[in-house]
Design a protein around this ligand. Structure first.
Ligand code: NAD
Ligand code: TYD
Length: 339
């Protein structure tokens, strides 16, 4: 397939690109915001199946200019993805996540792209009751500005399927973890702080429950959905075991051999959802996919990765990964630039 990936320099997008490149032609369209890091793609950068175009998904001319003829699929990851940032300011979330998705859908329709895979999140269901599990029948009750923008983007995808008959699918995934995750999200932040014996911030009582899926398992599912999923359907993916943040962090410290005194309670996130849980039986039943990496196994591997890639973390934290682009490409333009 000829696949146009948006947001392929981010955490999940880059894993998808690394998995897809051996078998598919991949064009990575990315604005390279603070979350876009070309270091994540060093292993495929020179592969003949891979190319990069720098541009903004809200800029329809840039998207259309970078989209190849006879494109088989758009896989749409590009988004503002961090809840805490959306609480500080929601504007960029509305622009990128909502307007950007609509632009992508319009370009896909006008250019007759065969399939559109929209990457969504379990957060669209909002706070789940103690025994509740998100599936296709669940009401959409987003609580954070981030989740609200992702829910709105899903509505635009369904509207495009209904109104224009485009071939589009949605995936909702739980919290991903694994290598190359920007150290502002819980696990990479906790791992990199603990490795340096720095405190780990625990929001509120730490009893918030999340379902953790290894990014490799998630991207295997995305490829299965892309290749064999049915248009108009929403597929769910999870790791299979919702866990309280405090238990996740205690397990992490045990793996690292670090003391629990590193855990430091800080003021809770505003409107913090207590529980997310995903019922992914639809994806297992229809596509035969299920997560293969247990949380403990995945966490150990992730810890090893961060331990062996302190230079990646250092470049993230110092901002060097961005200076590199500026030096190499000069002032970045709003339009797409093939690199
Ligand atoms: P990320 O923040 O690591 O990466 C986002 C990427 O999108 C970056 O490369 C960034 O440069 C690019 N981007 C941002 N704005 C852009 C724009 N206007 N034009 C072009 N590119 C732009 O995100 P992630 O964690 O990899 O998440 C990817 C997708 O998966 C998002 O849609 C997110 O909502 C969804 N998701 C993430 C998780 C998770 O746990 N991380 C869980 C469920 C769903
Ligand atoms: P995060 O990684 O930001 O993902 P999301 O908000 O999308 O679930 O946070 C995961 C959980 O960890 C969430 O309940 C908030 C909490 N958290 C902390 O307790 N401390 C932190 O420093 C961060 C970043 C998150």
């Amino acid at each position: 397939m000829k696949i146009f990936v948006t947001g392929g320099a981010g955490f999940i997008g880059s894993e998808f690109v690394r998995q897809a490149v051996p078998n598919h032609q991949v064009i990575n369209f990315d604005k390279l915001t603070y979350a876009g890091n070309l270091d994540n793609l060093a292993s495929v950068a020179k592969h003949p199946n891979y190319s990069l175009a720098v541009g903004d998904i809200c800029d329809s001319k840039a998207v259309a200019g970078a989209l190849p003829e006879n494109c088989d699929a758009i896989v749409h990851f590009a988004a503002e993805s961090h809840v805490d940032r959306s609480i500080l300011s929601a504007e960029e979330f509305v622009r990128t996540n909502v307007v950007g998705t609509q632009v992508m859908l319009d370009v896909a329709r006008h250019r007759k792209v065969k399939r559109f895979l929209h990457i969504s999140t379990d957060e669209v269901g909002g706070d789940m009751p103690p025994n509740g599990w998100l599936n296709s029948d669940s009401p959409l009750r987003p609580s954070s500005p981030y989740a609200a923008s992702k829910t709105a983007s899903e509505h635009f995808v369904r509207a495009a399927v209904h109104t224009f008959g485009i071939d589009a699918l949605i995936t909702r995934t739980s919290n991903n973890y694994g290598p190359y995750q920007f150290p502002e999200k819980l696990l990479p932040l906790a791992i990199s702080n603990a490795l340096e014996d720095r405190p780990i911030p625990v929001y509120g009582d730490g009893m918030q429950v999340r379902d953790w899926i290894h990014v490799t398992d998630n991207c295997r599912a995305l490829l299965a959905v892309l290749e064999r999923g049915r248009s108009g359907v929403t597929y769910h993916m999870g790791g299979g075991g919702p866990l309280a943040n405090i238990d996740v962090l205690k397990l992490l410290l045990k793996i690292l051999g670090k003391p629990e005194t590193l855990l430091t309670t800080v003021t809770d996130r505003l409107g913090h959802d207590r529980r997310y849980a995903v019922d992914f039986s639809d994806t297992t039943k229809e596509l035969g996919w299920r997560p293969e990496i247990s949380f403990e196994e995945g966490l150990r591997a992730t810890v090893d990765w961060y331990r062996n890639n302190t230079e990646w973390v250092r470049r993230c934290r110092s901002g060097e990964y961005r200076k590199y682009y500026e030096e190499m490409y000069g002032e970045r333009e709003a339009t797409a630039q093939a690199i």
